[in-house]
Design a protein around this ligand. Structure first.
Ligand code: R5P
Length: 296
């Protein structure tokens, strides 16, 4: 313990070593405060600049989704291979042990169900609870072009404002209504609006052609949602193509937890996102893990 009896004067000041002033590595995040950048650094791996977010927040509007019947059973074994767990506070408190050290991105909106209008949601988590849960970011949808577009934009704006007070970033999720075209024109509009209202990163769907234009026009990182379940190789190709076009990773749910080998699939996605592994190489990881599990 330091005491006053043996105070030694500093001798080595490294006067020839200039202090480093390193730019923060994440797109559009250079002017954020330390706490905000630190939380983003827990989401986006500083080496690759990308993230594998495991999304299992689907229950907030669609109940016990296939593959999420038991989050404690289905998701816990996958957590070690993800950078981030994206979930509701109910799932987190009941089914994820607090010994988890992976970053949490907290679903902070609710108010609708698959039986009603999806865009009619509101913020349902106060900032105090996001802090209590040690969230690295808060998330809600912007429903551009939908019936409750205005409300959803103001929901995300509220998260951004409250999060800024405490250094917690906001993820804007571009929610797409059933009747909306998932094309470049739509996502240029939706992702840019999300960034301009102040979201710290944005979730988009992947599409072709023109996804790279959407990434270029969005001044903050874009991660892609997985969308409906695809054959494993196709899902890996989607993640690969998105990253090669500039996406900063994935926020993937069904293509992982609905796979016949979720543990193999998340490791394959990890290799694509962080190691630039090609889909043909990465599918071997999935197959290998699947075979090993089958042997035991
Ligand atoms: C949807 O409302 C949620 O935000 C999901 O987390 C998101 O759609 C990603 O999940 P999936 O890969 O299953 O589309």
């Amino acid at each position: 313990m330091a005491d006053k009896d043996d105070v030694k004067e500093g001798k080595e000041f490294y006067v020839d070593v200039p202090a480093k002033n390193e730019p923060f590595y994440l797109k559009g995040s250079g002017s954020l405060d330390w706490g905000m950048q630190n939380r983003l650094a827990r989401i986006f791996n500083p080496k690759s600049g990308r993230t594998v977010m495991l999304a299992f927040d689907h229950g907030y509007f669609q109940g016990p989704t296939t593959g999420l019947e038991r989050i404690d059973v289905n998701i816990r074994p996958l957590a070690e291979h993800a950078d981030v767990l994206m979930c509701t506070r109910g799932a987190l408190r009941t089914s994820i042990p607090a010994s988890n050290t992976k970053a949490i991105v907290l679903r902070c909106s609710a108010g609708q169900s698959i039986l009603t209008e999806l865009s009619n949601e509101a913020i349902n988590v106060e900032i105090e609870d996001a802090i209590r849960l040690n969230a690295c970011a808060m998330a809600a949808q912007v429903y551009i072009g939908a019936e409750y577009e205005h409300k959803s934009i103001m929901n995300v704006s509220k998260l951004i404002d409250t999060g800024l007070r405490y250094g917690i970033p906001t993820l804007a999720v571009t929610g797409v209504g059933a009747e909306m075209k998932r094309d470049m024109r739509y996502f240029l509009l939706a992702t840019r609006i999300a960034a301009e209202i102040g979201a710290h990163y944005v979730k988009s769907y992947y599409f072709e052609p023109g996804f790279e234009n959407v990434v270029a026009a969005c001044p903050v990182p874009i991660v892609i949602a997985g969308g409906k379940k695809l054959p494993e190789l196709e899902a890996l190709e989607m993640a690969y193509n998105a990253c090669q076009a500039g996406a900063a990773g994935v926020d993937m749910g069904r293509n992982i937890f609905q796979s016949d080998c979720p543990t193999g699939m998340i490791q394959a996605v990890n290799a694509v996102v962080h190691e630039n592994e090609t889909p043909k190489q990465a599918i071997k990881i999935y197959e290998h893990v699947k075979n090993e599990i089958a042997k035991n």
